[in-house]
Design a protein around this ligand. Structure first.
Ligand code: DAH
Length: 340
């Protein structure tokens, strides 16, 4: 009797299990048959109604049924879980054939292009590229370049002072002194870098801009070397037709000093709007290194001579790209920068 009851429970459970379609229902069945108040547990309570000698056998049978049902439930559960995982994977599938989003890669700033061009030309002539500090001692920026405390040139190059003696350099010429002090001669270097001046911002001025300094020190260097070098520089930068002109000028650290003009690469020297009718465009300052400057840095002016020059990098970028306002270089307006 009671065995029949057990058989019925088994059959009913297996039937229900075979009909389940999801984990929730499976759980319900588990509770219903195997739970604390479930049918299988309930039938164990009827044990007292059967003769004691049959009880162990009956207990064994109940355990068998329980084991069978548990196994069945486990298998079903595994099946359901696998089906759920497959469904999820299917839903998450990525279509790798979709076209990728295009990465926007920037490009070089006009200043950088100009600098790389200048560096290419001079390294091609055997120059080394060096760097000096932007925060500089008054001595390197002025004093050692023949600009003592009361020199009027100091007014023209007013700058930002960190302390009485330490300032933001106004010119890359300070790197000349650092290189000369190292005492390794011959010197053939260019030194690009940022410089600072207490200037108001306008189309041609900025409190921060860039220069490229040049210095050559050796025996038997003459003004002809300076001219030849800088004329070649101009030809490589602005084209083989470019002519150069040296106008006498004054810089405290060179003697003699000059400014170099190049023939207008727009009109070839006839005079146009670009060169303001002059036919010539001023491009850099230069000169033979002053003997006193050599001496201050520990180089014997009787044995060694040299020449130096300084170019404004922005000026080159503006000329090359025919940009008429320096501010455009610093505003980081993508619509502007994308043109170059
Ligand atoms: N340092 C100068 C300036 O900022 C430019 C210059 C002129 C540098 C003549 C030189 C030079 O090396 O010889 O105006």
């Amino acid at each position: 009797m009671i065995n029949e009851q057990l058989e019925k429970i088994r059959e009913e459970a297996l039937k229900q299990l075979s009909e389940t379609e999801g984990l929730d229902r499976l759980n319900e069945i588990r509770v219903n048959f195997l739970g604390k108040k479930g049918q299988l547990t309930g039938i164990l309570k009827s044990m007292k109604d059967i003769p004691p000698e049959e009880r162990p056998k009956f207990g064994q049978l109940v355990n068998e049924v329980r084991a069978q049902l548990e196994k069945e439930m486990e298998e079903r559960k595994a099946k359901f879980e696998e089906a759920a995982r497959n469904a999820r994977l299917k839903a998450e599938v990525i279509d790798v054939t979709l076209p990728a989003k295009k990465n926007k890669v920037g490009h070089k700033h006009p200043n950088t292009v100009a600098l790389e061009e200048v560096e290419r030309i001079f390294t091609g002539m055997g120059y080394e590229v060096v760097e000096g500090p932007e925060v500089e001692k008054d001595y390197y920026n002025f004093e050692a370049l023949n600009i003592p405390a009361d020199h009027p040139a100091k007014d023209e190059q007013d700058t930002f002072y960190i302390s009485g003696d330490i300032l933001l350099r106004t010119q890359t010429s300070s790197t000349q002194v650092h290189e000369m002090e190292k005492g390794r001669i011959p010197i053939k270097m260019i030194a690009p870098g940022r410089v600072f001046r207490a200037d108001e911002v306008d189309a041609t001025h900025s409190p921060s801009f860039h220069q490229v300094e040049g210095l050559v020190i050796d025996k038997d260097i003459t003004f002809a070397d300076l001219k030849g070098t800088l004329a070649e520089f101009a030809r490589q930068l602005f084209g083989p037709e470019t002519r150069t002109k040296f106008r006498p000028h004054h810089f405290p650290f060179t003697e003699p000093s000059a400014e170099m003009d190049v023939s207008c690469f727009k009109c070839g020297g006839k005079g146009c709007r670009f060169c303001k009718g002059e036919g010539w465009i001023e491009i850099l300052g230069c000169g033979m290194v002053h003997p006193h400057v050599l001496e201050m840095s520990g180089i014997d002016p009787k044995e060694y001579v040299g020449f130096a020059f300084g170019v404004g990098l922005e000026r080159i970028a503006l000329l090359k790209y025919e940009i008429d306002d320096m501010r455009l270089l610093y505003e980081n307006d993508i619509r502007f920068l994308n043109q170059f």
